[in-house]
Ligand binder design. Structure first.
Ligand code: GTP
Ligand code: MN
Length: 577
């Protein structure tokens, strides 16, 4: 396709002049191109073909060993005025920072190809879809973004002669830990990713577009760009409810999005709409509607197997790119929890020989991921590509809590639901991550504006979604998970569906409604009603008094948090006193 758009051409030329690549390659997104570029990636040792019989057209990709997750990077949000700063990302003045970044990328693509990747976020022709162009020197990025977004001519068509596209530049650079950065310029609709090749940053369509830039635009335009999965559940009468869920990273979004009902749940079906992000807007009917901006999945492998996640397990043989997996001598990829028995010898996730008997450390990286087209998933909803999106009946917030949070609770009001979101946290090995709405790596505004936007949207909704908070990760004194999780989380979702019909018994507690111990189906799992009562659904008053204090001091770090949120906090404080 001939690109005649002068905004595009001028900008690409300008970046090429700064970065000085040897050549420029314009992607069309065709299958022929994918095959050809994949061959180049194999020849250059970027991708390793896996077993052609069991994993046809699938490849292993290895990141640089200390560039395999979201931890070590400076994430900037640059605006003209500090008043428009994000509460999660580092602020810099945009004029100064743009100059700095242009200096940093000068000459960085010498000897390299600069790929021009056009991509569309959201279904083609959807009024909610948005376009971006990412310039990159990384071939693996091209091949991943092709699966993760609608890439190529479909995006060139959508961009047409417009100037409305995210201008993204990615330079793999030297991968030095202290020089890694993502720099967002919301006012210029531009974003620079430097010195990292890790997907969470380098695939700009994901975090940078779907969430950071998305949420920056969303607060201006009165919609929502969220770190949410979306799951559809059809009951035996054929009615479908769509449930959106915000969880911080590594807290279970993808697994829930790929949920398949356990055997007892006859007549129920689950459908995947999104596993990581959602763009939501108020529909003409006054309900909340959502699209999935992504077109593929880049999801955690650890723990994925036939028993925990049968749909995902089925979808990850053909045309998959596996990141940071171990590989056996037959060319099969391996990760933590794939099977109980692992081979004696492997090439570990860093590409080094590993032997069970002589290497005490794990051959796996717990953030190994698979990347696959959404259409490859057997559970994809037939409505996932709908231009208007799908209507959301419920929103759930889920963190990781070892001792505190009950398995599930229901907010009594929309505002209390937002309070569930803002007080979300994940217990990590060495710390507690407080992570409002799971957005703390991605927030494109102040927390107060973000929350005010949620409140305004609530005001526009004729039918508000019911709000819940879940926690799959309560532990016993030995540190084992009490709730079996994974597919069995369906049981909690079933209770949520009943609550949407105002069915099922609840118990009122200071932190919301919790299920009556007999209200959740426990058939066929080793969890008794006594365990529910004494371990999974307990609300310890003293612990919660402490937690409520901690939430207050967390919120007080931010300016102008809306009074509705403080009101919900005060209600909780009162009912705990
Ligand atoms: P990101 O893609 O990093 O944002 O993570 P995510 O929120 O999509 O989480 P994901 O579903 O990939 O799960 C993260 C880790 O938690 C994986 O290792 C899962 O196997 C594990 N996990 C997910 N759901 C459950 C559950 O219900 N119980 C237990 N015990 N582990 C779970
Ligand atoms: Mn995920």
């Amino acid at each position: 396709m001939l690109i005649t758009n002068d905004y595009v051409r001028t900008w690409v030329e300008k970046i090429a002049q700064i970065c000085r690549p040897d050549s420029i390659y314009w992607c069309d997104g065709s299958e022929e191109e994918e095959k050809r570029l994949t061959q180049v990636a194999v020849a250059e040792g970027i991708l390793t073909p896996l077993n052609p019989t069991h994993y046809p057209n699938s490849y292993a990709f290895h990141n640089y060993p200390n560039d395999t997750n979201l931890h070590v990077i400076t994430n900037y949000f640059c605006t003209e005025s500090e008043e428009d700063a994000s509460d999660a990302l580092a602020w810099r003045n945009s004029t100064d920072m743009l100059q700095e970044v242009e200096t940093l990328i000068t000459g960085q693509l010498e000897g390299k190809v600069m790929y021009v990747i056009p991509y569309l976020m959201g279904p083609p022709r959807s009024p909610f879809a948005k376009s971006g162009i990412q310039l990159t020197d990384s071939l693996q990025v091209v091949l991943h973004v092709r699966k993760l977004s609608r890439m190529g001519d479909v995006a060139w068509k959508a961009i047409g002669e417009h100037n409305d596209f995210l201008r993204g530049v990615h330079v793999t650079g030297n991968l030095a830990l202290d020089q890694r950065m993502v720099v967002h310029f919301p006012e210029l609709n531009a974003c620079y990713t430097l010195n990292t090749d890790y997907g969470g940053y380098a695939y700009q369509c994901k975090g940078s577009f779907a969430m950071v830039m998305g949420s920056a635009q969303a607060v201006q335009e009165s919609w929502l760009a969220e770190h949410m999965m979306i799951l559809g559940i059809e009951n035996p009468s054929g009615e479908i409810h769509y449930i959106a869920g915000a969880f911080p990273g590594y807290c279970g979004k993808s697994n829930l999005a790929f949920l398949s009902p356990p055997l007892y749940a006859k007549g129920y079906r689950c459908f995947t709409v999104s596993d990581d992000s959602a763009w939501l807007h108020v529909g003409p009917d006054g309900r909340l509607w959502a699209i999935n901006p992504d077109a593929g999945f880049y999801s955690v492998l650890s723990g994925t197997n036939k028993r925990t996640s049968p749909y995902a397990e089925k979808a990850i043989y053909e045309e998959v790119i596996f990141s940071n997996v171990a590989v056996d001598s037959d060319g099969h990829p391996w990760w933590q929890g794939k099977e109980e028995e692992i081979p004696e010898t492997l090439t570990d996730w860093q590409g080094l020989p590993w032997n069970k008997n002589t290497n005490p450390e794990s051959p796996f990286n717990n953030n190994g991921r698979f990347c696959v087209d959404a259409d490859k998933f057997p559970s994809m909803s037939s409505h996932w590509n709908e231009t208007t999106g799908i209507p959301i009946s419920a929103i759930i917030f889920g963190g990781r809590s070892k001792q505190l949070d009950p398995l599930v609770r229901e907010a009594r009001t929309y505002e209390e639901g937002l309070f569930y979101g803002v007080s979300l946290f994940a217990d990590r090995e060495d710390r507690i991550d407080r992570n409002p709405f799971g957005m703390m790596d991605f927030l494109g505004s102040s927390l107060s504006r973000y929350l005010q936007n949620w409140l305004n949207i609530g005001g526009q909704l004729k039918e508000k979604p019911k709000m819940f908070r879940v926690n799959w990760f309560r532990q016993d004194n030995e540190g084992s998970y009490i709730w079996p999780g994974y597919r069995e989380n369906f049981r909690v979702m079933e209770w949520i569906l009943k609550r949407l019909e105002n069915d099922a018994q609840v118990v009122d507690t200071p932190i919301g409604y919790i299920p009556d111990t007999s209200a959740i189906n426990l058939e066929g799992i080793p969890v008794t009603e006594a365990t529910m009562r004494n371990a999974l659904l307990t609300v310890d008053k003293e612990d919660w008094q402490q937690e409520t204090k901690a939430i207050r001091s967390f919120l007080e770090q931010f300016k102008n948090i809306p009074e509705e949120i403080y009101h919900a906090l005060e209600q909780q404080e009162k009912s705990l006193s």
